[in-house]
Each structure stands twice: as structure tokens, then as C-alpha cells.
Design a protein around this ligand. Structure first.
Ligand code: FAD
Ligand code: NAP
Length: 498
């Protein structure tokens, strides 16, 4: 993601800002590729975030590798473009309300253009180590992605690893790479008996993959992937899709009479090729099980840190030892961008990048370690010691950004660097209404033979879309004026963990 780089560069306080990216170009996971080679078939639960080489590139040609991404052929965004944009950098005017995957990739590439000279592409970071007694405390070791290194995975004497020293490291490597497949009774026996009959949403590309699946199709999960994959498959193949949901959906999903929601799985029963649910009901003749159960937090290059008494990654379900889900309090100079869930990673990334650039320059002091630990513990109490720890669902994401931004406004000369990304009234209205808006957008597409609406007005006129009511008191004065000019009483860092 560019924002960290841009925020640090704009501060002009660092001798060198360097990015490492193992893909050939910018755009992260928006670099869709339809290759199916590479990913391992699901043969049982995937629960270990520490195994090396779990995420592998596909070799397309000599020295040409692609890193599989969870993006699929017919994916459009699930948030409107207005709030997916980086500040001051709009999508082109003719972009639909919910851009296609290619439009997002083009947008990201254009945004990244001016920082690309600072990034080493085709470069896999293999370790990030902390040496507190050295002047520059962070050692980053990397290797080229090429045939000799088997795509960056193996050491090669022909292209020996290189190490550079830094004052600080921002990890912006994403967290949708390593599939999470939960333990379900009977899963290992099932995959042994019916090889290839279980997959993960990361490897889904198009509903046609399921056109010839005999029997029933079961999708596990009820979040963005499960909802969209069930919808696309039901609509395109006109066949029943069973969706196993253990909790209420909070993200948008299209509706179809072919989608049948069933409870959480109790067990898979390979002997009869059926799946039993927690209410005792049974689905017979199951041809394929698609786990849309999310991803593990996977940072193999932090192996040394993860072996200490204060690891960042344990079971991969949440990150540990971070203040505001961002900055490590055990390893000074280590921070993570865009780790929360249910956020707009562009906006949160921008707010975090500006905030971190002030911290790294010493303009913004972090609270004591005890206060930062207490802040993390508050979040555990509030949301749980589980993936939900990272949930920053609206309006929490807006409050989070406001909180970081207010810290930035308390620093001397805050106007000098990249300005914090602020939420104005319209942004909040779009954010509050994003789920309803996407559902209206899908309805509009159905009614117009696949046309993509360009504006909210079109949805209002054709499918009766209405914005959600927003409780403005929640946002107090902050959105009443240009927030960048509103210097409120800034609470001390560490207070008011939301
Ligand atoms: C299926 C799917 C759909 C999504 N749809 C939306 C959407 O509609 N709207 C939205 O706002 N967000 C969406 N997201 C969230 C998405 O994660 C963000 O939009 C955005 O891509 C996050 O950017 P990032 O830079 O943090 O991570 P990524 O895009 O994952 O980029 C991380 C980069 O780090 C590189 N990297 C990783 N490890 C190493 C290493 N060891 N060495 C060198 N480079 C490394 C990777 O190659 C990658 O390019 C979606 C996510 C998924 C999985
Ligand atoms: N643009 C789009 O349309 C689009 C499409 C797909 C994905 N995405 C994005 O991709 C990212 C990942 O989304 P995702 O849906 O793949 O992952 P996710 O949001 O982490 O959702 C995982 C789902 O699996 C369920 N689950 C987890 N463990 C389970 C278990 N043991 N048994 C049963 N169910 C279990 C979860 O239920 P609980 O909630 O109960 O834990 C949740 O419903 C998100 O950022 C999302 O917005 C976007």
C-alpha cells in the first residue's frame, strides 16, 4: 500500500524510505490472475500460520511468477468508490458506483506511480529481525523472485540474500493470503475419500468451476466471500447453493431463491457423503464443500520475533502486542498497516500512516507500555481474543480514524506532512449506507440486464434506495466544519480505547 510510503516521504525526515514487493508491480491483491496452478488442494484443516512456504507463487514462464490472490473474475468492490478513494485522488468520473476489480487495480497503479521508484519489485522479504543494540535496529533480508530462488522461496548462491538496516519497519503485506480452514469433525477423512471435493474461497475464480459438480454445493461462512460466491454461483448456474452460517451477516449480499441458508456444520460424514448441521438436520449428496472461512494472519518473515516470549503471531487468529492494532509496544520501530477487519483499508491505512510518521519522527510520544497493554486488553474484553479482536465495523472505523487524526493535530507543524484522511458528512453517510447501497446496486444490475449504476441518484430512481439515518450526535462537532481546522481537546494517547 502506498500510503505509508507517501506519508513518510512527505515528512522529508527520513534519509531513505524503501519498499519491498514480491509481485512484479503495484496493486497488491488486486492483481488478479486466473491461473489455478500453485495453490495446494484442501486436505484438512489449515490452522498453522507458521509453516514456511505455505503461500507459493505460480511460475508462468522463465523468471515470471504470479502470487495467487483471493480476487476472482467477477468481483466488484463491496464499498462505493467515494469512500474507497485515497484523499484527494478520485476514481475517474465514469467509474461505476462499485468499481470492478480491474478499475481498482488501475486506480491503485496510478496512485502508486510516484512512489514506485522507492520500491524494489520482484523481491521477497524473507526475514525481519530486531537488533536493539545496533544503531539501525532493524535488519531486513530479501531475495529476488526468480527461477534460481524458486520464486523467492529458496536460498540460491547464484542470487544470495541481501540484508539492509533500517530504523523502523512497516509491515503492509496484507492478511488475505493464507486460507483458514477450521477444524470440522470428519474433514480429514472426507478429503481423503473425495480428493478435490473441498476448496477454499481464495482459489475460487468463477462459478463455472462448479458447473459439473454432481450433487449439492455447500459454502461455509457468512461474510463477504461466502455471500458473494453463493450469490454469483446461484444466479449464474441457477442451481441450489447451501450456505452454512454460524452468525448473522453484516456485509452486503445479493439475494436469490437458490441460496439456502443452513446452520453451522456439526460434522462431515464421508461414509454417506453427507453433512450434519448443529440443529441435527442433514444435507445429503454433497458434491463440493467450499470454505469461505477467512484467512490466517501470516508473517513468515517475522519468524524470529514470533519465537520470542512476546510474539506478534501465535495462532494466526489475531495479532498480539500492538497498540491501536498498529504499532508494536514490544519491538520499537515495528508497525503494521491496515490490520483491522471490516474497514476501508485505504482510509485506515492513510490515517495510520500519517500517525506513524509522527511517531517515528518523535513528534508524537507513545504512552507507557502499561497503558498500551491496557489498551490492547480493553479491546480483548470488548471484542474477544479471536479474529473479532480486529473488527472495526462502522462506526468504530470512523471513530478510530478521528482518534488517530486528533493525535496528529496535537503535534507541532502537523500541516507539514501528508494530511490526515478525514471523514466528512457525506463520507459518513456513504459509509453508514454502504451495505444497503451495494444490495440496491445488485438489484439494479438484475433489473437492467447487468448495467452498473454510476450514481446514488440512479439507485434512488430505479430501486428506491434511501440513505440510512445517521445519529450525528455520535460524531459530535467534528463533522460540522472542516475537521482539519477543528483542534479539539486532544485526549492523551492510550485513553478511550474503542
Ligand atoms: C477477495 C477480496 C475482496 C476485497 N474487496 C475489497 C473491496 O471491495 N473494497 C475494499 O476496500 N477492500 C477490499 N478488500 C480488502 C483488500 O485487502 C484491500 O482492498 C487492499 O488490497 C489491502 O491492501 P494491502 O496493501 O494492505 O494488502 P495487499 O493488497 O494484500 O498487498 C500486500 C502486498 O504485500 C506483498 N507481500 C506480502 N508478503 C511479502 C513479502 N514477504 N515480501 C514482499 N512482499 C510481500 C504482497 O505480494 C502484496 O502485493 C478485499 C479483499 C479480498 C481478499
Ligand atoms: N468486494 C467483495 O465483494 C468481496 C468479496 C469477498 C471478500 N471480500 C473481502 O475479503 C476479505 C475477507 O473476507 P472473507 O469473507 O473471505 O473472510 P471473513 O470476513 O474473515 O469471514 C469469515 C467467515 O467464516 C466464518 N467462520 C470462521 N470460522 C468458522 C468456523 N470455525 N465455523 C464456521 N464458520 C466460520 C466467519 O464467521 P464469524 O463471523 O461467526 O466468525 C465468517 O462468516 C474482507 O475484507 C472482505 O470484505 C470482498
Amino acid at each position: 500500500m502506498k500510503t505509508w510510503n507517501s506519508a513518510l516521504l512527505k515528512e522529508r525526515a527520513f534519509d531513505c524510505v524503501r519498499g519491498f514487493e514480491r509481485r512484479a508491480g503495484s496493486g497488491g491483491l488486486w492483481n488478479y490472475h486466473d491461473s489455478h496452478a500453485g495453490p495446494e488442494p484442501v486436505t484438512g484443516p489449515s490452522l498453522d500460520p507458521h509453516s514456511p512456504d505455505l503461500v507459493k507463487p505460480c511460475r508462468l514462464a522463465a523468471n515470471h511468477y504470479v502470487w495467487p490472490s483471493a480476487i476472482y473474475e467477477l468481483l466488484d468492490t463491496n464499498v462505493p468508490r467515494q469512500i474507497m478513494e485515497y484523499s484527494g485522488f478520485p476514481f475517474p468520473k465514469d467509474t461505476p458506483l462499485f468499481p470492478t476489480k480491474q478499475q481498482v487495480l488501475d486506480y491503485m497503479k496510478r496512485y502508486a506511480k510516484d512512489v514506485e521508484p522507492h520500491i524494489r519489485f520482484n523481491t521477497n522479504v524473507v526475514s525481519v529481525r530486531y537488533r536493539p543494540n545496533e544503531e539501525k535496529k532493524w535488519l531486513v533480508t530479501y531475495r529476488p523472485v526468480c527461477d534460481e530462488t524458486e520464486g523467492g522461496l529458496k536460498f540460491s548462491a547464484a542470487h544470495p540474500d541481501k540484508t539492509e538496516h533500517f530504523d523502523a519497519v512497516l509491515v503492509a503485506s496484507g492478511h488475505y493470503e493464507l486460507p483458514y480452514v477450521p477444524e470440522k469433525k470428519g474433514l480429514a477423512e472426507w478429503t481423503a475419500k473425495y480428493p478435490g471435493s473441498v476448496s477454499h474461497s481464495k482459489h475460487f475464480r468463477h462459478p463455472r468451476q462448479f458447473a459439473d459438480v454432481p450433487g449439492n454445493l455447500l459454502i461455509v461462512g457468512n461474510s463477504a466471500s461466502a455471500l458473494d460466491l453463493a450469490y454469483q454461483t446461484a444466479v449464474i448456474l441457477q442451481r441450489n447453493v447451501y450456505k452454512s452460517a454460524r452468525s448473522q451477516a453484516t456485509l452486503p449480499g445479493g439475494s436469490s431463491e437458490y441460496i439456502k441458508t443452513v446452520p453451522d456444520i456439526d460434522r462431515l460424514e464421508p461414509e454417506t457423503r453427507s453433512v450434519r448441521f448443529t440443529d441435527g438436520s442433514v444435507l445429503h449428496d454433497v458434491g463440493h464443500v467450499l470454505f469461505a472461512t477467512g484467512f490466517l494472519r501470516h508473517y513468515p518473515f517475522l519468524d524470529e520475533i514470533n519465537r520470542t516470549a512476546t510474539p506478534v503471531v501465535t495462532d494466526g487468529l489475531r495479532l498480539h502486542g500492538l497498540y491501536k492494532q498498529c504499532v508494536s509496544y514490544n519491538f520499537p520501530g515495528l508497525a503494521f498497516i491496515a490490520t483491522p477487519r471490516y474497514i476501508l483499508p485505504t482510509r485506515v491505512g492513510e490515517a495510520q500512516a500519517v500517525w506513524l510518521s509522527k511517531i517515528f519522527q518523535g513528534k508524537l510520544e507513545l504512552p507507557s507500555i502499561e497503558e498500551m497493554k491496557a489498551d490492547e486488553e480493553n479491546t480483548v474484553q470488548l471484542r474477544g481474543d479471536s479474529p473479532k479482536f480486529h473488527n472495526l465495523m462502522y462506526p468504530d472505523d470512523v471513530h478510530y480514524a478521528h482518534e488517530l487524526n486528533r493525535h496528529v493535530y496535537s503535534t507541532p507543524g502537523w500541516q507539514s506532512g501528508l494530511l490526515p484522511c478525514e471523514w466528512n458528512r457525506e463520507d459518513i453517510l456513504y459509509r453508514a449506507s454502504a451495505v444497503k447501497m451495494k444490495e440496491a446496486y445488485l438489484k439494479y444490475r438484475e433489473r437492467t440486464n447487468g448495467k452498473r449504476a454510476a450514481s446514488v441518484e440512479e439507485l434512488q430512481q430505479t430501486v428506491g434506495f434511501k440513505f440510512e439515518d445517521v445519529d450525528w450526535t455520535e460524531f459530535k462537532l467534528r463533522v460540522a466544519q472542516d475537521p482539519r481546522r477543528v483542534l479539539e481537546n486532544v485526549p492523551p494517547l492510550g485513553s478511550a480505547a474503542r
